[in-house]
Design a protein around this ligand. Structure first.
Ligand code: AMP
Length: 190
């Protein structure tokens, strides 16, 4: 199986690159942000609880997102592989993902990190907020909080995969096609 973690701060382009990767490699896209927004749209209790944190730019609890990912892995036993987008966002989530995959006799093939500086991220997210309708993209203070959450809790996840020799970073600034070329050349080596 090809199991890819697409990594990077909010606004790095993970969603855009994921769409192109699922087409090229026939993988299933698992975005915990999308799964949470789906719960909110359906008005579930999980969604209501998560929305409060998401609107403030804070991470939702590990057990919530780990449970959602576990369900999706179980629901797709025939998958050729998965792209994890926006997950894992803490070291505890990364360790839990290793356990879930090893129970299915598979593992993460590698992590590709998209590198974009903070100023560019803020600009992109404010621009995206104009059409995405996402409340967490609309407010500069919330955007900064999301970037802070990333720097304090999520950035250490890169070290987790470096320790397993599964980490590659690429420049996340450039055209969508250029960046896709760089991501693909890494993925082709897995
Ligand atoms: P995203 O769409 O990936 O930018 O996620 C939007 C929001 O959903 C984040 O700011 C968090 O509040 C929440 N979220 C998404 N994925 C995770 C995760 N793996 N762990 C904790 N919170 C998450």
């Amino acid at each position: 199986m090809l199991n890819l973690v697409l990594f990077g701060p909010p606004g790095a382009g993970k969603g855009t690159q994921s769409q192109k990767l699922i087409e090229k490699y026939g993988l299933i896209h698992l975005s915990t942000g999308d799964l949470l927004r789906n719960e909110i749209a359906q008005g579930t209790i999980l969604g209501l609880e998560a929305k409060k944190l998401m609107d403030e730019g804070l991470l939702v609890p590990d057990e919530v997102v780990i449970g959602m990912i576990s369900n999706k892995l179980d629901a797709n036993p025939q998958a050729k592989g998965f792209i994890f987008d926006g997950f894992p966002r803490t070291v505890a989530q990364a360790a839990a993902l290793d356990t879930l995959l090893s129970e299915k006799n598979t593992a993460i093939s590698g992590m590709v990190a998209l590198v974009v500086d903070d100023q560019e991220l803020e600009n992109r997210l404010l621009l995206r907020g104009k059409d995405s309708g996402r409340p967490d993209d609309a407010n500069p203070e919330v955007i900064r909080k999301r970037i802070n959450e990333y720097n304090s809790k999520t950035a250490p996840v890169a070290e987790f995969y470096k320790g397993q020799d599964k980490f590659t970073s690429i420049n996340g600034i450039g055209s969508i096609e250029e960046i896709f070329g760089s991501v693909s050349s890494v993925v082709d080596q897995y």
